[in-house]
Unconditional design. Sequence first.
Length: 518
Amino acid sequence: MSSGIWSELASHESTHVQMLDQLTVGQVDLFSKGFRSVRNFAVEDKKSTVATQAMSGLDAQELTFALEGSLVGDFVNACHLEIKLPALEDVADTSLTSYVWAVGFAMIDSVSLHIEGQEVEKLSGDYMELHDELHRKPGQALQEAVFKYDRVTVPELAALSKTARTLYVPLPFFFTRGPHCILPVGKHFDAMIGRTVKVEVHCQLRAIDQIAIALPLRGGTAITAPAGLDWSKISVQLYVQQIYLEEAESKAMWMSSGSTGSYRAMCTTVQALHGKSSVYPNLDGSGTIDRKKIPLRFPTKNIIFAIADQERLGRTVAVDAAPFGSGGVSALYGTKSLHATGSDSDWNAVKSGSKDLATISQSGSDVGDLRSSGDVKEWRADGQAGALFLPGNRFDYRAAKDGVECEPVKTFSLKLNAQERVNTNLQPSYLRTVQTLAFNNRPRKGIYTYSFALDSSSPYPTGTVNFSRIHNRDLRIVANGNHGAAGDSVKELILYAESINIFEIAAGKTAGQFAYTA
């Protein structure tokens, strides 16, 4: 790598915060770093300006947040979307309404960082949820912050939706990926470029029927958006976390950047198999995807992937006790808690702790079958076999064959220059139970990884493979479950790679971009 400056912020168990000293060295490599202690600092979360019109209607929305007027600190190291959701109300004897599981991530189609009108990084909501599963440290689960609750049933999720909620969704841009990562902002940024730098975050939000659902009661067969809910009732704001240094330390921190007129920082970025497209590649009728020369480049730390059954987003249900078909993941819902009457259902039963609560048909015509709360299936984040499928949950990456849960992936092969990288004798479960130990957290069932690094969650490179130096990059994945037959759902491959790049600012040239873009 060429000569430059590497600046990072690191928190330690001591009372100090340490910042990687700005070292102008002849060669920046993956193993050299130094620290200078920063003893006096303050943190502030500041709201950004919404630069677009107010939201309305039911369709997908786009918001733009302008940061340049808000950036007055020394650097930024976190961004959060504040989302205020209204309370939902059931329609008596007609529907059971609920926000979808992990709605904080589910409502985001994508977020992107723009500097001086140029897109620097773009992240999908699907990747953000995968990032949360793998890189969030144990004990720091976001449950309330993103509506991502463990061990819930359908009516419990609906009950949680009856209260207005404020969510805080972290945006894992390259400068927010840990206490070592920063983005220079404000006066220092402007001084290097010689003008006020325009910084924006663009946010694409999904349609209302993708974030909240109304489950039909008394014979209905369509899952719809809750009546009365539209974007005008939802508030979305962006908060950026800024770090302020003491004046003397601030001057020392940025003096070298000001004099050289440039800034370079090593960081982790994201690549997607589907590239700039918003559509994931589909598996063929045999449940196979075979891609030659996959479009991955740069020194890459890991590959993260899941097989997504499009049936998980289905909006048609049956009237009887088994609301979904047996072809895909939604079959894991099982039977409704009330014995089938052909006309109405409560969709599940609320658990009552250690006490079993009998639930019976309200029609009075069928009281022969009782089910207790001890029999009720629940959604489990650990993906335990038999866990409940939650209607509308786009993040359920499990698979089923003829109504029985199975391992989503049958075989996985990655050939680099015609050499098999993966031991194909290992079961695919190895990729989600052992390979994931290279991350901060082991994810739920259905999420797979292949790590080239010893510690894939570290902001430092601890091992990579440089895809830019490999001509042939061939990927083949075969899925389990139902596929190919009439009535079976389509499956798609969600695949991301986390790579090392260098973010640089050059006075008079660019206000911020990655050094490697092709």
